[in-house]
Design a binder for this molecule. Structure first.
Ligand code: NAD
Length: 362
């Protein structure tokens, strides 16, 4: 197994949160080697471009990539194609990662940080618990964001285009994830209006036959947006297009308490039996928190857990990290973004939260 991990700490709070994720991985004692690489604003300053070719080449040689976040106000004046965020698109395309997995779950310790009423949380949960645990699989390299776009006089257009192959591989990623979870998969589309959505549905009907043990359902995206706030506990895995996934995953993230909590994995084709993988917390570089030891490192730490699960096949180690995070929260430790002033709570900085997770791991 290639145990080299490309470490792209990035800008703002990126280096602070990835440092904690790296320490947690090191505490496992599994012999990973970290390869620090530059991308984003820091790479523009050092090398004149957001994604130096050497970074992409080195990242492709590693078993997986762990990224913090890129961007910041000091680079905001640059034209679009030169901005730090271009590094993200370049990495996704260069690594060939086409399925973006975004889990969103409410930890019982953070129920007060969730904006939903308890009835809504209980409504959809099969066991009647005030919790939800869902995974959005977003197609990442096709659809509206990559279709033909332009202007004709006073008219602007963006084109949604999907091939059967692009849909199939996103669905496969969803079914594989559903097989590891509670065995339910919902395809989210707008098949009553959009031709591309009808192809999604047709393709899903075919692909689902290979997964008879998974319960497949279909939902229109407008209804799904409503169901997520009415009864999120009804969902296990949701698979959807680039645009719908972008919007729904932010909605789901808001239900978990803080953007600082959530990890993500972007997966591609199999290489040596494992998918190419790019792992990152879903938040940005939070310039307002940079250098203050206030950022929540949990999204980055849980991204490392996803990396163990998907790129290294180390399910047990991934669960140990997830349980260690839950234990640290159960002890009342809270970074400022998830603090609700409960009597058992104690505010912690980035480093203290990372150390608490490592302690719980031991
Ligand atoms: P952001 O996610 O950086 O911050 C949004 C809000 O969430 C801020 O109030 C911030 O303090 C808070 N927040 C974010 N992460 C947190 C954490 N770990 N702990 C506690 N609070 C946290 O989004 P933004 O402010 O829109 O963007 C800032 C910069 O990041 C921009 O340059 C943007 O382009 C970039 N960005 C990068 C990525 C990425 O690298 N994947 C993603 C989104 C934004």
């Amino acid at each position: 197994m290639n145990k080299h991990i490309a470490l792209i700490a990035g800008d703002g709070i990126g280096p602070e949160v990835t440092a904690e994720a790296v320490s947690v991985l090191e505490a496992l004692g599994e012999g990973f080697t970290f390869v620090p690489l530059a991308a984003g604003g820091n790479a523009i300053d050092a090398a004149g471009e957001a994604l130096p070719p050497a970074t992409l080449a080195a990242a492709r040689e590693c078993g997986a990539v762990l990224l913090g976040a890129v961007g910041g106000p000091q680079w905001d004046g640059l034209p679009g194609h030169k901005r730090p965020e271009r590094a993200l698109l370049g990495l996704r395309a260069g690594l060939g990662v086409f399925a973006n997995l975004r889990p969103a779950y409410l930890m019982p310790q953070l129920i007060n940080a969730c904006p939903l009423k308890e009835e809504a949380l209980r409504a959809g949960n099969p066991k009647g618990e005030a919790l939800f645990d869902l995974l959005i699989v977003r197609e990442l390299t096709g659809g509206l964001y990559f279709g033909e776009q332009g202007r004709r006089g006073d008219t602007a257009f963006d084109t949604e285009s999907y091939s059967r192959g692009e849909i199939e591989r996103a669905l496969q990623a969803g079914y594989q994830a559903a097989g590891r979870r509670r065995g339910k998969l919902c395809v989210v589309d707008k098949a009553n209006v959009l031709e591309s959505s009808r192809l999604w549905r047709e393709t899903a009907e075919t692909v689902s036959k290979a997964y008879p043990h998974i319960e497949t359902s279909y939902m229109y995206v407008d209804n799904c947006a409503m169901q997520l706030i009415r009864a999120p506990g009804q969902f296990d895995v949701l698979v959807t297009s680039n645009l719908f996934g972008d919007i729904l995953s932010d909605e789901a993230a808001a239900l978990t308490g803080s953007i600082g909590m959530l990890p993500s994995a972007s997966l591609g084709n199999l290489k040596d039996g494992r998918p190419a993988g790019l792992y990152e917390p879903i938040h940005g570089s939070a310039p307002d928190l940079a250098g203050r030891d206030q950022a929540n490192p949990i999204g980055a730490i849980l991204s490392a857990a996803m990396m163990l699960r998907y790129s290294f096949g180390m399910e047990e180690a991934a669960r140990r990290i997830e349980q260690a995070v839950a234990s640290a929260l159960a002890q009342g430790l809270r970074t400022r973004d998830i603090a609700c002033c409960g009597p058992e709570e104690r505010t912690a900085g980035t480093k203290e939260m990372g150390e608490a997770v490592r302690r719980c791991l031991r």
